[in-house]
Design a protein around this ligand. Sequence first.
Ligand code: 16G
Length: 241
Amino acid sequence: MIDKSSPLPIYYQIEEQLKKQIENGELKPNDSLPSEREFAERFEISRMTVRQAINNLVNDGYLYRQKGRGTFVSEKKLEQQLVGLTSFTEDMKARGMVPSSKLLSFEIIAASEKIAEQLQISLHAPVYEIKRIRLADDVPMALESVYVSANLVKGLTESIVNDSLYRYIEEELGLKIGEANQTLESILASETEVKHLGISSYSPVLLIQRNTYLQDGTPLEVVKSSYRADRYKFTINMTRS
Ligand code: 16G
């Protein structure tokens, strides 16, 4: 399986072979990999070469290591198109997964200067602060904090936000969601994110900040979400003008 006379480096050949096995399902999520020593013996190559291939695959997210247990195949990342303005519930249902939320906090607070400015409401006006863990098929995917004006999004309850906020806003309140601005950046997970997302310390997370507006331009929500970088991949389609 390894061609030592090929101009392609051996570590690269191993990487490509493992990737192929992961992509065609021969190796499944959470399958364990043979040890570096077994690999090296099987292919008659140095352990250094095996380590290089495995390190690259770990860095690219195909494999993960567990201290004292070995190396395993990662779950496939969810691909999320950055086009339509969709809700978490819609995104998960569209891929046949069951969305759910674990409510961490739900309260009315007085708008801080920053939130008041973004929602264009007066300082200390009532604002719902909703903190949820968003899960797909019972696996935590993101930690999300949403701020909406209590005078605009009236009558919110815990059971509504345990279901879908966008569904309530559109179907029950009849408000028309128009557009959103969003930024996406990579950060290191905080202790809270590590705890609630079940990821290891020092993992990266994808921080998304969204400001959503109604069709008439009224600011609707200010959102901060941390998505698991090991489970999410965002895709964008671009057209050259
Ligand atoms: C998504 C949105 C968030 C919105 C929520 C509504 C991002 C980064 N955030 O998580 O802005 O509040 O969906 O979801 O995409 P829901 O209708 O399922 O409650």
